[in-house]
Design a protein. Structure first.
Lengths: 112, 112
């Protein structure tokens, strides 16, 4: 049981390049989330998908887009990367009920 | 006022002592509360959840919830150096979106 799988684990981009972070879960969870984590800033929600077919903005959506491809997959796209998007990105999923998130292992992104 | 507040620490305790980590939250409608442990360079890992007032014990960990005071805590008994990590408090808000709101985390150092 893989849980939540994120790819890639590490990435270096040049300013202005684009890329897509992939996330897939095999737990049949309804909801999926993208967070970024920066020193001193904690975990900040970028976008989320409460159920298949829906997506909503979180706290820091600017510069990002998402796609809930199906129930398993939720991708995050950076259209034109900026140094301010250097961060560690976590994908998480969750089912309904008093249960918490399961996190992926993270993507460490550096924009130069 | 931040929605979920934690003292960032570091909280330093000697090996074998009780570590007490605290968290306050602002949304009175919050239903479920979670504690995550995050080792440096790793993703957050769920260690406890609680949704009823009172105490919930799991091994060396005890979560305490007081909804009237909007306060949740985590006690770690017989602290070990392997408990050294950042502990994130997360709260399930009342919006039914499934989003968790995270505190910034408390860094715990257990000294041998």
């Amino acid at each position: 049981n893989a849980g939540v799988t994120q790819t890639p684990k590490f990435q270096v981009l040049k300013t202005g390049q684009s890329m897509t972070l992939q996330c897939a879960q095999d737990m049949n969870h309804n909801s999926m989330y993208w967070y970024r984590q920066d020193p001193g800033m904690g975990l900040r929600l970028i976008y989320y998908s409460a159920s298949e077919g829906t997506t909503d903005k979180g706290e820091v959506p600017n510069g990002y887009n998402v796609s809930r491809l199906n129930k398993r997959e939720f991708s995050l796209r950076l259209e034109s990367a900026a140094p301010s998007q250097t961060s560690v990105y976590f994908c998480a999923s969750r089912n309904s009920g008093p249960y918490g998130y399961t996190f992926g292992s993270g993507t460490r992104l550096t924009v130069v | 006022q931040k929605e979920v507040e934690q003292n960032s620490g570091p909280l330093s305790v000697p090996e074998g002592a009780i570590a007490s980590l605290n968290c306050t939250y602002s949304d009175r409608g919050s239903q479920s509360f979670f504690w995550y442990r995050q080792y440096s360079g790793k993703s957050p890992e769920l260690i406890m959840f609680i949704y009823s007032n009172g105490d919930k014990e799991d091994g060396r960990f005890t979560a305490q919830l007081n909804k009237a005071s909007q306060y949740v805590s985590l006690l770690i008994r017989d602290s070990q150096p392997s408990d050294s990590a950042t502990y994130l408090c997360a709260v399930d808000g009342s919006s039914n979106t499934g989003k968790l709101i995270f505190g910034q985390g408390t860094t715990l150092q257990v000294k041998p």
